[in-house]
Write a protein that binds this ligand. Structure first.
Ligand code: BV8
Ligand code: ZN
Length: 251
């Protein structure tokens, strides 16, 4: 299927007619809010090895260094705002009669701050901290300690409440996202390089179950060839127009 690149009218019509919409977002969704993506010229991981900062082994080797990296990201996030693309997705949820769920890989909290209600944070959140040993978890909104705090229950170092490579995603969240990917009739995939598993498989489950795939990404991804629509432009540009058109068609 060759994607009909810029058929915004047809893509909006598919969204308007949808009985269930799943939105899958990645770091590119937050790029226009000033949060760097991971892969790419000025990517977060540029010059840094993923193994050092986004794995349990990396944290065990250098808890303070990894903690600091996430504290810096949390501080940056708190200085950013959701952009028009985030707001458009919240408008879609509140303006459409169909359920709209966002399954995000992002840990920045911007979807919720934009007003989206049904958000599944598949890779956790910058704003929770949990014990690296027991199940103790605390909300972490502003603390920027130089060292990771220790768990008040077991004394082990606390760690960012995110999912690192080699770690399972929270089962309840993943199962819900997988179920939605097989039930929804439109999947909107925004700002992800579509390489990190298991999230990268969700659009394929949806496609296999007959859903219409719409991608918004300035770059081609492994998903692009199997999308019904692919808009090679920024999220903040495409989403407000697409949502406006779709909501205007919703009976
Ligand atoms: C697991 C932590 C198993 C939080 C992250 C070989 C084959 C298949 C899989 C694997 C394999 N080897 C290892 C694996 C598994 C591994 C994986 O998938 N590796 C990949 C790299 C091959 N996955 C895991 O380890 C997962 N766990 O599999 O557990 C298991 C089984 C049993 C028992 C135990 C364990 C865990 C994955 C989660 C890892 N944690 N982050 C954090 O620090 O944020 S992943 C990290 O990558 C982020 O969460 C990020 O969201 C995610 C995906 O990246 P993207 O969001 O797509 O961002 P990226 O920069 O890549 O791309 C941005 C895109 O935006 C680009 O396409 C760009 O063009 C676009 N863009 C830019 N500007 C805009 C834009 N789009 C729109 N508008 C714009 N303005
Ligand atoms: Zn503990």
């Amino acid at each position: 299927m060759i994607p009909r690149i810029d058929d915004a009218e047809a893509a909006a019509r598919a969204l308007a007619r949808a009985e269930s919409i799943l939105v899958i977002t990645g770091a590119g969704m937050s790029a226009e809010s000033g949060i760097p993506t991971f892969r790419g010229p000025d990517g977060l991981w540029e010059g840094r090895s993923v193994e050092d900062v986004a794995t349990p082994e990396g944290f065990a080797r250098d808890p303070a260094g990894v903690w600091q990296w996430y504290s810096d990201r949390r501080r940056n996030c708190l200085q950013t705002e959701p952009h028009a693309g985030h707001v458009a997705l919240a408008r879609l949820e509140h303006g459409h009669r169909a359920p709209v769920t966002i399954a995000t890989q992002n840990i920045d909290g911007l979807h919720r701050r934009a007003g989206s209600g049904d958000v599944i944070e598949l890779h956790g959140s910058l704003f929770t901290t949990r014990c690296s040993k027991c199940s103790h978890q605390v909300p972490e909104d502003r603390a920027f300690y130089s060292e990771p705090p220790t768990c008040e229950y077991c004394g082990a170092p606390m760690r960012p409440g995110v999912v690192w490579f080699g770690e399972m995603l929270p089962a309840d969240r993943l199962l819900r996202a997988q179920a939605l990917s097989q039930e929804c009739d439109v999947v909107l995939v925004v700002g992800t390089s579509a390489v990190v598993q298991p999230v990268a498989s969700l659009p394929l489950y949806a496609r296999h179950s007959g859903a219409t795939l719409v991608e918004v990404n300035p770059q081609e991804t492994p998903l692009t060839p199997v999308c019904h629509f692919a808009f090679p432009h920024a999220a903040g540009e495409v989403l407000p127009q697409l949502v406006d058109r779709a909501l205007a068609m919703v009976e």
